[in-house]
Structures are given as C-alpha cells and as structure tokens.
Design a protein around this ligand. Structure first.
Ligand code: TRP
Ligand code: SF4
Length: 326
C-alpha cells in the first residue's frame, strides 16, 4: 500500500515559476511514490480574498489546467476542490471546539501574514482559524505526509497537535502526518524579491514568450555590476539561478566564467536565458493549449476527484461522530 500525501494551493491567481519550482515539480515527483491528493483550497483563499471572490473561481480552473499542463497525472493523483467536499467544513467546526485559541494566536505564519498583508482586514474569526481548516483538510484523508514549504511547517505541527488532542479526548481516529519539507525555489522575482503575485514581480507558467522575454530584460542582475566592464558575481545574480535550471550545464559553466571576467554583458546573458526559459516552458504552454480545448475532459477529472475525496471524507466523518458519540 502506497502512503498517502495531501497538499493544497489557494486559488488567488495564476501560478508562477515560484510555484513551479517550489511546489509543483516536487508534487510531480511524489506522484509515482505516493497516493497523492492535491486540492484547490478555495475556502482558504476566501479567508484573505473575501472582498473579491471572483478571483477564486477563475483561478481554480487556471490552476487545475496548469497542474495537468506541467504533468501532474490524473491517473496517479486525485484532484479535488475543497468547497465541493462539505465534510471539510464539518470537521473544521468540530476541531474548532477542541483547539485552544492561544495555539492559533502564537502561530508565526499568522502573525507574519497579519503584518505583511496589512492592507487587508484579516482580523477575522475565519483567518485566525485558517490552520484549523488546514488540519481538517489533512486529517480528513488521514494523510501520512504533507509536502509544504517552510512557511507552512507550523501549520502541519498544529495539525499534529489537533490530531493528538482529538485522539486523547475521544478515540484514536487520526494518524499524525509527517511534514515533507519542500526546498524553497531559488528563482526570485524580476525585482530580486521573493516571487509573488502581490509584489507584481512574477513570471507566470503559461505566460506568452514575448512577455517572458520582456520580463527577463527587466530583471535586476548582480547589483555590483554597474558597468559593462565590472566583473559580475553569478552567485549573487538571479539571472544565473535561472540559467542553472534552464541552460545546458556546459553553457552555464561558460557563462559563469565569462561573467566573472566581464567577457559577457548582462543584456546578452539575459537574452540567452530568456530563450532557454522559453524553450523550457514551451511544452507546458502547448499542453495547456491542448487542454483548454478539452474542457469536458477537465470537468470529468474534477468530478471524479471530488467523488473519490467525498467518499473518504464521509467515512472519516462517520468515525469522528462515532468517536465523539453524537
Ligand atoms: N495553507 C496552504 C498554503 O497557503 C494551502 C493549504 C490549505 C494546504 N490546506 C492545506 C497545504 C493542506 C497542505 C495541506 O500554501
Ligand atoms: Fe548576471 Fe549574466 Fe550579468 Fe553575470 S552576465 S551579472 S550572470 S546577468
């Protein structure tokens, strides 16, 4: 029996290269070894986007298309939409009864997000309970492991605490899932900050080639390389990190040397990178285009995934009710 993996993405926009290299390619690797459940966390998106819910519906389809386009395989994974499985709300409610408020208030991700997203009013009951809903997502399927980035690790720890507390209070229903830490993507946004839609610095997975080239040409390189004659430091250059992924090893070596000796200029270096990046993304774009013309097929995949997820969720909820005795 393969172990079960559960992970989700909040549908708050199109996916970018940070998602591709920080999550999706890892998900893809896992699909051969684990029984994977990947879902759209649309209720989680609503905790921060409740004033513009339109974005949620639209990005849900976009993201599922991107998943398939990068090679996540519906034969190997179960894809579903959180809000289509009402049991998540029910389990969230039950967990909310047994989760002490201080566990939530001391959550570092919570504190950070409240600060970072200060333009939104996140001082809500739902946002504080975000990790309780996440615990419901994970424990519903009795996941063995959850692949997430470092920022989400406290949420998985909290999930384990909630599982332990439930098992202690009532009956052992839930296993404690392990965190599968995904290394953070080295690829920064065009302004050298972490790639993020809200910073407006992202390159999207299915962006047209001209757009990609334009964004690459705007990218900030090694800040110490002010003039063409200044030697560069590839280890400090975001363009170089992209080369390491998208350019052939031989050529990478060549660029590294040339950069250090100021034998290549950033304009040319970026041109080569943009070309290779576009080559790397081309198969994804093509697959995505093909999928867009088969929306019935996509709907089928989602319906089938929802059905499978709901089946498991109903079984778990029966056990939960039996354990509590109501
Ligand atoms: N909170 C996660 C994020 O922002 C998304 C998420 C929701 C999730 N439920 C989950 C991830 C369950 C893993 C498992 O990235
Ligand atoms: Fe970066 Fe390339 Fe310029 Fe070197 S030549 S600083 S690697 S963009």
């Amino acid at each position: 029996m393969k172990k079960r993996v559960v992970s989700g993405i909040r549908p708050t926009g199109r996916l970018h290269l940070g998602h591709l290299h920080g999550a999706l390619l890892n998900w893809k690797k896992l699909q051969d070894k684990y029984n994977c459940f990947y879902f759209i966390a649309d209720w989680h998106a609503l905790t921060s986007e409740y004033t513009r819910p339109e974005i949620i519906k639209k990005s849900t389809m976009d993201i599922i298309l991107d998943w398939l386009a990068v090679g996540l395989d519906p034969e190997k994974c179960t894809f579903f939409v959180q809000s289509q499985i009402k049991e998540h709300a029910e389990l969230h409610l039950i967990f909310s009864m047994i989760t002490p408020i201080p566990w939530l208030e001391r959550n570092p991700t919570y504190k950070e997000q409240i600060q970072e997203l200060s333009s939104k009013n996140l001082n809500t009951y739902g946002f504080l309970g975000y990790p309780v809903l996440q615990a419901a997502d994970i424990l519903m399927y009795k996941a063995d492991a959850v692949p997430v980035g470092e920022d989400q690790a406290p949420h998985i720890e909290l999930t384990r605490e909630i599982a332990r507390r439930f098992n202690f209070l009532y009956k052992k229903v839930f296993p404690e899932p392990e965190t599968l830490l995904t290394p953070t993507s080295k690829l920064l946004g065009i302004d050298r900050r972490k790639m993020s839609k809200s910073y407006n610095n992202a390159i999207f997975i299915t962006e047209p080639p001209e757009e990609v080239s334009k964004k690459v040409s705007q990218m900030i390189t090694d800040p110490q390389r002010g003039r063409r004659t200044d030697p560069g430091r590839p280890d400090f250059c975001n363009i170089f990190f992209y080369h390491e992924i998208y350019t052939s090893q031989e050529k990478v070596k060549e660029i590294e040397e040339a950069c250090k000796k100021a034998k290549i200029g950033c304009v040319e270096c970026k041109k080569i990178m943009a070309e290779n990046l576009n080559k790397g993304l081309e198969p994804i774009r093509e697959k995505r285009k093909e999928l867009e013309s088969r929306m019935d097929y996509i709907e089928n995949i989602i319906n089938e995934g929802n059905r499978k997820a709901r089946d498991i969720a109903q079984k778990t909820m029966a056990e939960v009710k039996e354990a509590i005795g109501i």
